[in-house]
Ligand binder design. Structure first.
Ligand SMILES: [Zn+2]
Ligand SMILES: [Zn+2]
Length: 182
């Protein structure tokens, strides 16, 4: 079987057409890919336009240049890394030192297991550890035992007022615990 010139020409024409269509499709997909990729990596509009232009003008070598020069992390990865760093920093800041022996102690320990130094006192109402210097539990609002009434928060004073009126007839005048101030 011999190929006549016109069949050969047709074949070459079709093959060229296919190759051209494939290259155009590849070129467009690479531009779209570069646009999507740079959108995840940078907020800078100039950088986005540059990335798309490099790929659009230089085609395959442009993709190579883009892959070399693009920001190494996506914004999401950067955000995750920032979160992890912050969490790490916070955990370092939160672990404090025992005033007795200088070892690291956890924030919720009431005593140092190494030197028996008292670190916290438990709230007598809810039992959570609070600083020795604090006179009010920050978790449940209960004042430490033996504290004067004026150390109560306004909320607690109001909450206890009803009970006061029942127990103490002098409180009926409407004057609150401020009256026993000097
Ligand atoms: Zn200690
Ligand atoms: Zn408490």
């Amino acid at each position: 079987m011999t190929l006549n010139p016109s069949t050969l020409n047709n074949f070459i024409l079709i093959a060229t057409g296919y190759a051209a269509a494939f290259l155009i499709a590849l070129w467009l997909s690479l531009i779209i890919w570069a646009y999507r990729d740079i959108r995840r990596r940078s907020r800078d509009p100039l950088l986005r336009i540059l990335a798309v232009l490099v790929v659009a003008i230089l085609f395959l070598p442009g993709i190579l240049i883009y892959l070399i020069l693009r920001p190494p992390q996506t914004q999401e990865e950067e955000f995750q890394q920032t979160l992890e760093e912050e969490a790490l920093l916070q955990s370092i800041e939160e672990s404090s030192l025992c005033p007795g022996c200088g070892r690291r102690v956890r924030e919720d320990w009431v005593a140092c297991p190494a030197c028996y130094t008292r670190l916290k006192k438990p709230c007598h109402q809810c039992g959570r550890p609070i600083e020795l210097a604090w006179n009010l539990c920050p978790y449940c609002g209960t004042p430490a035992p033996g504290m004067r009434r004026e150390n109560l928060t306004v909320d607690d004073a109001l909450r206890n007022l009803a009970g006061d009126i029942e127990n103490d007839p002098m409180a009926n005048s409407g004057v609150s615990s401020q009256s026993d101030l000097p």
